[in-house]
Design a protein around this ligand. Structure first.
Ligand code: FE2
Length: 338
């Protein structure tokens, strides 16, 4: 296909969550970004998402909404009754089935996709994810009626001896230009040993300083030496992090049974951890087209469909990688237990 024939597609991507400066020459255009294309997308995505969130405010405690909007996260300790929490942990630790793995630097991340079929075999997990108050909070923080795609996640730190490359998630960064919800329900204590989530409170706003930074980054992102930045997930220096929030990076060292929901448009990182450690959690994320003003439909059928779509994408990536004699980035491993 001739490059110019792809321009309509690239143009259309401006109205989606497409974020790569390297892959899309319109998004990456220094000239257009000088006119404010990227900064404009950031600003519009934020305010349209706020509009969608407003639809889901009823039934969500004011304190949670304020914390999420002011600081960029909601933190709830002792989230489940102790007995329920213990049953949940036991069920997860006894899970046996398909596990996928992603290798980044010296970190191995294991995930179990909590599709409706898997959830049927894990009633303790299902009971938590179907809590009406949690679903309301998810929908509010995501600004969308569709629930997040959920997994069991076990992060194994420093478990690849031969690798010297640093885990890219451990550098401060923003995920993308649009508000994005990610959550963790920690199933064990999180400390400096197994790597706390690090977040810059207040960095979830497109305030003047943030827009200025986005503007400057957008002028050089396409050719940036850091490939994640070039793909639209900007890395952030310690000095910039100070300017982008109300305080510097905060590490969430929390007990098990803590629920954390963050807006990863804010500046964050996976905290440093000791080699050989691991961190077990229920994890999920939600991201939608940032420019749609309507909050979507929350029918169960749509929630089920998103798992099927993801599973199919994974299967396709497996087949493609196998044809080239390799492994997909999220490949199935032989191990059946977390
Ligand atoms: Fe991230």
């Amino acid at each position: 296909m001739k490059p110019w024939t792809r321009y309509p597609l690239w143009l259309g991507e401006l109205f989606t969550g497409a974020k790569s400066f390297a892959a899309n020459p319109i998004i990456g255009s220094e000239r257009l970004n000088r006119y404010g294309l990227h900064a404009g997308r950031v600003w519009a995505a934020y305010w349209i998402s706020r509009l969608r969130m407003a639809f889901f405010a009823p039934g969500v405690p004011k304190a949670d909404r304020e914390q999420f909007q002011t600081l960029g996260y909601v933190l709830k300790e002792n989230y489940l009754p102790q007995e329920q929490f213990e049953r949940l942990v036991t069920a997860v630790r006894h899970y046996e089935g398909e596990i996928r793995e992603c290798l980044q630097g010296d970190t191995r991340t294991h995930r179990v996709l909590l599709s409706p079929e898997v959830l049927e075999t894990l009633p303790e997990v299902k009971a938590v994810l179907e809590k009406p108050s949690l679903k309301r909070l998810f929908r509010y923080c995501a600004g969308h009626a569709r629930l997040p795609i959920c997994h069991i996640e076990n992060v194994h730190n420093g478990s690849r001896d031969s690798v010297t490359e640093r885990d890219p998630q451990k550098n401060l960064h923003v995920d993308t230009f649009q508000p994005t919800m990610k959550f963790w329900l920690y199933l064990e204590e999180v400390s400096d040993v197994n790597g706390p989530f690090v977040f810059v409170p207040g960095s979830n706003h497109p305030h003047r300083e943030r827009l200025k930074w986005e503007y400057e980054m957008s002028l050089r992102a396409r050719e940036h030496a850091d490939r994640y930045t070039a793909r639209g997930s900007f890395r952030v220096s310690a000095e910039e992090a100070e300017r982008l929030g109300v305080s510097g990076p905060t590490a969430f060292k929390v007990k098990g049974n803590t629920l954390l929901i963050g807006n990863t448009f804010g500046v964050h990182a996976r905290g440093n951890a000791e080699p050989g450690s691991s961190r077990l959690a229920l994890w999920g994320m939600s991201r939608t087209n940032p420019f749609l003003p309507l909050p979507g439909l929350g029918f169960n059928a749509f929630n089920r469909l998103q798992y099927r779509v993801l599973q199919r994408e994974r299967d396709r990536a497996d087949a493609k990688a196998a044809a080239q004699g390799g492994q997909s980035s999220w490949h199935v491993i032989d191990q059946r237990r977390l």
